[in-house]
Ligand binder design. Structure first.
Ligand code: ZN
Length: 294
């Protein structure tokens, strides 16, 4: 009997360990965050950009960019090389991002980070409509990568510290449950807001963010859209914002083993909602610049 119960409890322990090891180490805003970014972007597209996006989307997307906004996550096992393109690792506690220092993959190849990826896919899409050069690229994939990475670069912990892998190794509690800081920012702040404020309905949450874009944030929107002269995309600017938000909000009061509850949730939710809005507005502005100039 004693043996049996010991076996039982070790079996239980083993399954708890398996469960804990399955708490996701993620590479993105969760599905909801990406969906929201693309959903906010699409109605803001110019006529030219809207037509180009619809033409590039596969038929099964039925013209809905948001339905494929997480495609880059779904292919991450097939496209191993693209894994480092979802984020940037910066030196611990420096709270700065420098392209030449930080934008590379583990092999040290320059440009292999989310900043470099946004630049690369933006310039590929610039070949849209050009028969000679356009054929060299898969522009459907370029559109899906760009739309996804424009979301990721706005998740503050996608421009986080190297040692903790953007908060992935910071284990703590989100209300009663064990989790990690990165996943809280990818998914749990959004899911908690959906449950508490939006009848568990993502569309309702997106509509509220869209209303802010046209109402209370409307004065700021032109500054969000702005890019330096002649540039089609400005990912360096977005990465700078994210590392600042990571230092001032995401990492703050979120040490290993801490318990994050209402105080953290209520003060960080406005950051998450603004970042989703910025991601959407800037994705649209970038696609408009690309396709208006092709
Ligand atoms: Zn991602």
């Amino acid at each position: 009997m004693r043996n049996y119960s010991r076996n039982l409890s070790s079996a239980l322990l083993a399954s708890v360990m398996i469960y804990l090891s399955m708490v996701p180490t993620s590479e993105s805003w969760g599905k909801e965050g990406h969906y929201a970014t693309c959903k906010i972007a699409q109605p803001l597209l110019s006529e030219e950009a809207s037509a180009a996006v619809k033409k590039l989307l596969p038929d099964y997307a039925e013209g809905d960019l948001a339905s494929l906004c997480s495609w880059a996550d779904q292919v991450r096992f097939r496209y191993r090389w693209a894994s480092p393109l979802h984020f940037i690792d910066t030196p611990d506690n420096k709270c700065t991002y420098i392209y030449s220092r930080d934008c590379h993959n583990p092999e040290g190849e320059e440009g292999m980070c989310v900043d470099g990826a946004i630049k690369n896919y933006t310039s590929q899409l610039g070949n849209y409509g050009c028969r000679a050069t356009g054929a060299n690229y898969n522009l459907t994939e370029a559109l899906l990568f760009l739309s996804h990475f424009m979301g990721d670069i706005h998740q503050p912990l996608h421009v986080g510290f190297s040692t903790d892998e953007g908060g992935n190794t910071i284990k703590l509690h989100w209300y009663g449950r064990q989790n990690n800081l990165h996943h809280i920012w990818d998914t749990l702040i959004i899911e908690t807001a959906m449950k508490d404020n939006y009848n568990n309905d993502l569309e309702e949450m997106i509509a509220a963010i869209q209303k802010n874009v046209t109402d209370s944030w409307s004065d700021e929107v032109p500054t969000w859209e702005k890019c330096s002269t002649n540039a089609l995309a400005c990912p360096k600017l977005y990465a700078d914002e994210s590392i600042n938000l990571a230092c001032n909000w995401a990492y703050k009061d979120a040490d290993q083993n801490s318990v994050l509850e209402d105080d953290y949730f209520f003060s960080r939710l406005p950051i998450v909602e603004t970042q989703l809005a910025k991601g959407g507005v800037r994705l649209a502005a970038t696609l408009n610049r690309i396709f208006n100039s092709t």
